[in-house]
Design a protein around this ligand. Sequence first.
Ligand code: ME8
Length: 513
Amino acid sequence: MAPFYVTTPIYYVNAAPHLGHAYTTIAADVMARHHRQRGDDVFFLTGTDEHGEPVSLAAEAAGVTPRELADKNAERFKALAPVLNATNDFFIRTSDPEHGRAVQEVLTRVKDNGYVELGIYQGWYCPRCADFKSEQEIVDGNHCPIHLIELDWEQEENYFFKLSKLQDRLEQLYAERPDFVTPSSRYNEALSFIKGGLQDVSLTRGKLTWGVPVPWDEKHVFYVWFDALLNYYTALTYARPGEDLRDEFWPATYHLIAKDILKFHCVFWPALLMAADLPLPEHVFVHGYLLLEGHKMSKSLGNVLDPFEVIDIYGADALRFYLLRDVSFGQDGSVSTADFEQRYESELANDFGNLASRSIKMILRYRDGVVPQVDVDPAIAADFDGLAERVSELVGRAELTPALEEIWQRVRRLNRYVDEQAPWKLAKDDERAADLDRALATLAEGLRVLTVLLHAWIPERAGILLAALGAGADLADDAPALAIGGARLGAAVPARASDLDPLFPKQQPPKAA
Ligand code: ME8
């Protein structure tokens, strides 16, 4: 079995989770589920980033200790994953002692390898990003381009990570691996940052205490970003007690992130791994921002949609579908309640839900629920030809929106097929019984194939529909259905269909507060 290791960023526990966090976790889950269907051995990691200034400042403002704030909010992030129906294999918290020890070990190696030096840092710093900004990165004189707050002028003695020594190796990495960072616009952005000339960066902070202590100088803690980035590696050392998962899963296959943290993942992270003599991840996929009223949805800007509320009303499948359908994964996109309701109604309820209900009803009415065991219609077979391979290829490159579009074209094709065949007319003519058999078998089998493929996006309702189509355990849930050709039209024409409640019913209006 091929290993497939996918990660989300670890989220700051300075506030509650919002839709932006849900977005990356959902995308990673779609990839994890799809790869399980391919028969890969999947490890899916998410978690929380608990150290550093973003958290200690928020704790101070709330009048609690950083640990108290971290404990409270980590629980909320931990609770988000199952609500989204995300199947992460582990949830890392950077306050886990095992993580801290592994960070110390790797960063001591970086020092022993000659990449650490004591120096004085002077410059602009954003405490919300926990990021030192170069002159090129700041806006309006001395403001953070992301949080729009005034930056602090910092001057302190730090240990530095000698990033500049890795300039050539990073350029070489980008030259050799054009798919290290995708989409290509993000690859270009990272490469031009590198080509602009790399400066050494702070590896430790002397002013903070909320962090992993530096083993060679206990007056310092590690700068939160190095502690945080290493989570992808350290988690494998203790996620399953008694096992070292690094053997199988390191290096990671995909890191999913948004463009706000590109510099850290596409420049600092590979450099750090090089300095520690560790293999580099295969790919970093950089998605865009979910925008609300034209602005990045963010805790600090206060314009957030609450994923818990949305799911409470519509269910997790609807949110998973909407976010990856409406916003092209990799680009910025606006989200709104009105767009959400529109997609829900026209695509989930009508295109797909009605197709399923109508098809099953006709099989029940005209054939007592027994699906005729005849060949599927060659016209539909031609339109489904190569679909599973195409979807796999796209998901394999994290192109989740085009993959979903491929499937949806076939959902629409089957809807047209119902109209073309008009089984209700065929049913009135005994001489056309064979045509009716073929139409019903094609609908049942077409639906089954689409549902297997859609499972990664809408696992809950896909499971219900597969059960109504009598699909066996080898096609259900995260079984390796794709590995056994289970998304090929004609591979497993269902035997019986059974009653199905509407998959995406008209949603209940939100309860009055
Ligand atoms: O940056 N649109 O944590 P964070 C799309 N702890 N995605 C969004 C989003 C939006 N409006 N808002 C948040 C950190 N995200 C660090 C990461 S990793 C070693 C350390 C998602 O809580 C997106 O994945 O600010 C983004 O990269 C991440 O949340 C930032 O989460």
